[in-house]
Design a binder for this molecule. Sequence first.
Ligand code: G3H
Ligand code: 13P
Ligand code: ZN
Length: 307
Amino acid sequence: MLVSGNVILQKAHKENYGVGAFNFVNYEMLSTIFEAADEKKSPIIVQASEGAIKYLGIDMAVGMVKILSQRYPHIPVALHLDHGTSYESCVKAIRAGFTSVMIDASHHPFEENLCETKRVVEVAHCAGVSVEAELGRLMGIEDNISVDEKDACLVNPKEAEEFVKESKVDFLAPAIGTSHGAFKFKGEPKLDFERLIEVKRLTNIPLVLHGASAIPSEVREAFLQSGGDLKGSKGVPFEFLQEAIKGGINKINTDTDLRIAFMSEVRRVANEDKTQFDLRKFFAPAKDFMRKVIAERMEVLGSAGKI
Ligand code: G3H
Ligand code: 13P
Ligand code: ZN
């Protein structure tokens, strides 16, 4: 059933587990996320970036989610706009049928971010749509980073408290040391869990971890085996994801792992049979591997069995 992000994340917040927010750019990714949710009896958030919406068409993005949520009526699913860059973009998504939106004005000064978020919250809440905002900059933290440097880029818990109180936003993404993509950490993985715990204590709302792909060893290996190159890649280890959930994270944004899993199977098939050109021969094994990765993630995050 298509529900607002709040329905899914308030439960996760109260019961202290994480829900995967999985990105999709086509039917193959989207249907695989639903299939894994069905297998694991897990709620899901499916999210489309502005780039994904441009690629698919907003009507198609919403249409596919509606059809799949009718096919799997027992799965609570929220359709979320990932990294909405403006008020206009959020309103377009709400009008089209998204049930949750992110306004990402985190690169603006605090007051501007707050002002833009307030505007989105006002219109979204009238439509029963939940809103996510972000504070701080998404970037990896090095071992030798100074306290001042950390304070300059990561979330400030006191600001988070004020931001949530003033904006009435539903979920907050606090920057605690993750970054997007496959190259998250130069040295050992490191996240600022103390800062996270303080943000949770002061805000007491569902929190979001962006850049949460783990690049598990079997996914990296499959990509390398297929002839891909991921030199220097590093994800967020499963134990860190679980520690982050203990610290108050409830929405776990995951895109890179799905892309790597899918593409390693596409490349493997392409290499193994150079005469092959039936799309289904590439996409069926790619979906299988991606489904395995998502199903395992649902166990790690604790959303399995939560329907
Ligand atoms: O946070 C970014 C997501 O991984 C979506 O990326 O803009 O390439 O669709 P995209
Ligand atoms: P990854 O690149 O780690 O998958 O993060 C995705 C994300 O944060 C989408 O908003
Ligand atoms: Zn993100």
